[in-house]
Design a protein around this ligand. Structure first.
Ligand SMILES: Nc1ncnc2c1ncn2[C@@H]1O[C@H](COP(=O)(O)OP(=O)(O)OP(=O)(O)O)[C@@H](O)[C@H]1O
Ligand SMILES: [Mg+2]
Length: 479
């Protein structure tokens, strides 16, 4: 999957990481010193570096600074032990992706690694406009419809400016993809691009995640933490689902846009930052305004440059192009040859209204590909794939529902848990995710796709429900 470089003078820790990350499917190289790491980074491509701070010879911070000159977009996670946290904080201020404290909790480290890899992918994998890429694994915005041509033009117009951009459109219309395309075509393309999902992060954490905090700002703030916005200085911050941003934080974003500065929680001085903001939302912002859930001043500030993505049902001709693209991609991902699709099946796809837009089309094709078992995808596969999203549509699913009801009734009568609701929801969510993981052969990206979750959301749930994660591979390693 990804190629990761571990830099630490502790041989035991290098081995533990190598084992853990290879099990996760990554290619791992190791270096015992900063000098060795720089030589490796200069000679081959990595997707991520995980590096200790305290090493004999060149220390982690100096190594990081030099590495950044060689590979400005390579995400680096700094490992730090008690006593070296200040250095790690310095590193994040200079743009390191994050730091983790030794000894580690494995799920926590894996989550940071996944986030860093995703951040790196977002920066490096180029989103092509208006061409079907030669390889199905490359990313592209597919579509030739008039509506999409307008979108390409708008991207071209806004990308090279420093203007704040608001991307709107129904769920699954490609807002995130467009945000990345704007970044990649911008003057800041060689600077960091950080994504903050305003819904995925709990409200209590979002503020400190965005703005950081000073030591002692609140109980538990034992060290200063540099926020994402400060970390992305010089670059671009993508505030995804900005329409769901808590009201209190909206004021701080407005201030960032107006005064180009932020304040860390508990901080007294404004810190000047130079970031470009791209926001996206599928919310009816005008309704949110009326309900008092979105600040009017921020709304007017954001909407100056708005890019509307059309729903898929209004992109005449694009469904067919997209279908071919996704089939090629999923077949490649599954390691099978592309079975193709019949004309009748295509007509069915064309006639559907796609409330979930491109994401729904992609999910449907992925399922249809599984159902078709190597034969060209026919109408029955499409019907089954679309139907499996709405459980009450066919008899077989009703039987399943009845089974679940029976189990609930039995459990309600016998269980004596205090938080009954939570207990059931957790049980369901855990089962759902573990079954989806099985279906996807353990592949998390595919699992996320099947469930319609973003990868970070999925990973945080895997962590929450502690699904299939070994412990103690790294936790015994301390400095
Ligand atoms: N025009 C397109 N060409 C190729 N892939 C697309 C296109 N539009 C969307 N996709 C793919 O569809 C999926 C959903 O797109 P994306 O996540 O950008 O939607 P979104 O508008 O951000 O949705 P939401 O509001 O639910 O967050 C992604 O996997 C994306 O890569
Ligand atoms: Mg999105």
């Amino acid at each position: 999957m990804a190629s990761i470089l571990i830099v630490d003078d502790d041989a035991h820790l290098r081995q533990s990481f190598e084992k853990l990350l290879s099990q996760e499917g990554h290619t791992v190289r190791t270096a015992a010193s900063g000098e060795a790491a720089l030589a490796l980074v200069g000679s081959q491509q990595f997707d991520l570096v995980i590096m200790d701070v305290r090493m004999p010879g060149m220390n982690g911070l100096d190594t990081f600074q030099t590495m950044r000159k060689i590979e400005p977009k390579l995400p680096v996670i700094i490992m730090t032990a008690f006593g070296t946290t200040e250095t790690a904080i310095e590193a994040t201020k200079m743009g390191a992706f994050d730091y983790v404290l030794k000894p580690f909790e494995i799920p926590e480290v894996l989550l940071v690694i996944e986030q860093a890899l995703e951040a790196g992918r977002f920066m490096r994998s180029r989103v092509e406009l208006d061409v079907v890429p030669e390889s199905a694994s490359l990313e592209a915005i597919i579509g030739r419809s008039k509506a999409m041509q307008e979108v390409y033009k708008a991207i071209g117009r806004v990308a090279p400016t420093d203007a704040t951009v608001l991307i709107r459109g129904e769920s699954g219309t490609g807002k995130e993809l467009v945000a990345r395309a704007i970044y990649q075509h911008s003057l800041r393309a060689d600077k960091p691009f950080l994504v903050i999902n305003c819904v995925a992060i709990p409200e209590t954490l979002l503020e400190s995640e965005l703005f950081g905090y000073e030591k002692g700002a609140f109980t538990g703030a034992v060290n200063r933490r540099v926020g994402r916005i400060e970390q992305a200085n010089g670059g671009t911050v993508f505030l995804d689902e900005i329409g769901d941003m808590p009201f209190g934080i909206q004021a701080k974003i407005l201030r960032l846009l107006q005064e180009k500065s932020i304040e860390r929680l508990g901080g007294r001085e404004p810190i000047p930052v130079d970031v470009r903001i791209i926001g996206a939302t599928n919310r009816d912002l005008e309704a949110s305004l009326a309900e008092g859930r979105f600040r009017e001043d921020l709304y007017y500030r954001l909407k100056v440059v708005t890019l509307w993505l059309p729903p898929l049902r209004e992109r005449s001709g694009d469904i067919s192009l997209l279908s071919d693209f996704f089939l090629a991609r999923f077949a490649q991902e599954m390691g099978i040859s592309n079975p193709g699709i019949t004309e009748k099946a295509k007509a069915l796809l064309d006639g559907h209204t796609w409330p979930g837009n491109v994401r729904e089309l992609a999910n449907t094709l992925q399922k249809a590909l599984i159902f078709s078992r190597g034969c060209p995808i026919g109408p029955e596969d499409v019907v089954q794939a679309i139907g499996s999203d709405s459980p009450t549509k066919n008899g077989r699913e009703d039987v399943t529902e009845e089974t679940i009801r029976q189990w609930i009734r039995k459990s309600l009568a016998t269980a004596d848990a205090e938080n009954m609701f939570e207990y059931f929801m957790d049980t369901f969510a855990g089962l759902l995710i573990s079954e989806a993981l099985k279906l996807a052969g353990g592949n998390r990206s595919r699992t996320a796709k099947i469930l319609g979750l973003s990868r970070p959301t999925l990973l945080s749930k895997i962590e929450k429900y502690r699904l299939k994660l070994e412990t103690s591979v790294l936790s015994d390693s301390t400095e």
